[in-house]
Design a protein. Structure first.
Length: 512
């Protein structure tokens, strides 16, 4: 009897250990906030900024260079077009923006991983754009396609990450004019989460739409949003023809665009928070209005990428109070326009995934949650002011994104949460470890990191006294070893392969 009981307990322990070490592909649903947004601007301040933004558009105007089609659309809409300068009458941009949807559902090829962007939601997507990568073994180096594929796999395996992203690093070993095909192919085949399209040239945006037609079906793409793409405004107040050409392709095909100024305060916008917010609002109003001129109802997201500058070195700085004020304020402005909002991320200026990176990243992530951000690009992996995608930082950040999920839940107040039965059971001088309420709730009561070390000193020391980067290196290796490719219809995979091969063969390689 005793031996049988021991076997039973051992079997249960083994089952629990197996469950803890089993490969998991669980992805948390996108965040839905049950906490209030933090609002830093008063009603009077908001009205001043909105008035000033309209003044900028009406009196100063914005430039649409090398884009006669855009100028014609603006002229027909009632704007004053002189050369490449477009001056927009007061209220016109805001009126045009009113046709943009307040929420967007982006469809994933695994429909369980669809995301809603807008309202109280928060969708988390990885780092975007760095030409360099870093890991503990190889240090800092130019990114390759192999690196790109590893990041896509890590993103697919990361529970708290809802989106596969776009250019998670820039694969410099692939020709510039063809790498978008390989990047999209990787997102479509190595993950089943939502992804982003290419914006580096209008024809590459069209390739993105065409590849989605293969993956989802052409008619489905025209009726549903299956891509989100990043359209940066060339601040101050310039809308270059390449980005606007990509925006036009996506708007015409019902695909979502993040229309976002790229601002380093003091260099591309005023040093003051109010001045920068005025310019952010003017630029986003003009960009979103243009998308609605292309196609009324086209899905768009109001973006704000803003950081400050170190006036000694000229380098951008991150996680600063001024950036937080701008991020909070831009969130208020986006909500008054009834538009989804993109901002924040794992921003930091550190060269390594060290204490500076952690401090600045924590500040940036939390301001994103509290400011009402709906789509957070760069949520994990960002290093060195966005020049580097770090493998260790990716998994460190992806782990900490779990705290945003739990913070956003707010405080539950149902009968179980009130815990009056536990307080009665334990009484004065007791403890709660063995009470029924604890036994029933402990598995889900507290968020627990899958990366950080909470062991006693002696155990930590015996296991090699590993710091967080060392733990992250091991986690990267384990996740990549555990990776299993999501199933895809072989006919679709074959058609994607053929499309990429045909498009690559259609033009010579170019690395410029």
């Amino acid at each position: 009897m005793a031996e049988s009981a021991r076997r039973a307990r051992g079997g249960g322990g083994a089952a629990r250990r197996a469950a803890r070490t089993a490969v998991s592909f669980e992805t948390a649903r996108y965040i839905e906030r049950n906490i209030p947004n933090f609002e830093v601007l008063t009603e009077e301040a908001l009205q001043i900024i909105e008035h000033n933004a309209d003044t900028v558009l009406e009196e100063i105007g914005v430039n649409f260079p090398d884009n006669p089609d855009a100028l014609a659309l603006w002229r027909d809409a009632g704007a004053d077009v002189q050369g490449e300068r477009v001056r927009i009458p007061r209220g016109l941009a805001r009126k045009l923006c009113s046709t943009a949807p307040s929420t967007i559902t982006q469809v994933a090829r695994n429909r369980e991983r669809d995301v809603v962007i807008g309202g109280k939601s928060l969708v988390l997507a990885p780092v975007y754009g760095p030409p360099f990568v870093r890991d503990a073994a190889g240090g800092r180096r130019y990114a390759t396609m192999a690196d790109f594929e590893k990041f896509v796999k890590l993103g697919y395996m990361s529970k708290w990450l809802h989106h596969s992203g776009g250019t998670v690093c820039e694969p410099t070993d692939i020709p510039v004019n063809k790498r978008h095909l390989d990047m999209l192919h990787a997102h479509m085949t190595l993950s089943d989460k939502p992804f982003m399209g290419s914006v580096t040239e209008p024809s590459r945006a069209q390739d993105s739409v065409d590849m989605c037609g293969i993956l989802f079906g052409k008619d489905f793409v025209q009726e549903n949003t299956v891509m989100t793409s990043l359209i940066n405004i060339n601040s101050p107040m310039t809308f270059d023809d390449v980005m606007m050409g990509a925006l036009k392709v996506y708007a015409e095909n019902n695909q979502a665009c993040i229309i976002s100024p790229f601002i380093v305060g003091g260099a591309m916008a005023p040093v003051s928070v109010a001045g920068t917010l005025t310019q952010v609002l003017a630029e986003t109003l003009a960009g979103i209005a243009y998308s609605q001129l292309v196609r009324p109802g086209a899905p768009v997201i109001m973006g704000a990428f803003v950081t400050s500058i170190d006036m000694n070195s000229g380098a951008p700085t991150f996680g600063t109070p001024e950036a937080a004020h701008i991020t909070y304020g831009a969130g208020q402005l986006a909500r008054r326009l009834n538009l989804p909002y993109r901002s924040a991320g794992s921003f930091n200026g550190s060269k390594l995934p060290d204490a500076q990176a952690a401090y600045e990243t924590s500040n940036s992530l939390n301001m994103g949650l509290l400011s009402g951000v709906n789509f957070m690009l760069h949520a994990c992996g960002w290093l060195e002011g966005g020049l580097v995608s770090s493998f260790e930082k990716f998994v460190m950040d992806a782990d900490q994104l779990g705290t945003l999920h739990h913070l956003a839940r707010g405080v539950e107040m149902d009968e179980n949460a009130q815990a009056m039965d536990a307080i009665r059971e334990v009484g004065p001088g007791g403890h709660y470890l063995g009470c029924a309420h604890t036994q029933n709730n402990f598995r889900e009561a507290f968020w627990k990191s899958d990366l950080l070390d909470y062991k006693p000193f002696e155990t930590w020391s015996d296991e090699g006294a590993r710091d967080t980067q060392t733990l992250a290196t091991a986690r990267v290796e384990k996740m990549l070893a555990d990776y299993q490719q999501p199933a895809l219809d072989p006919a679709i995979r074959e058609a994607l392969d053929a499309f990429v091969a045909t498009r690559k063969a259609a033009e010579p390689d170019s690395f410029t």
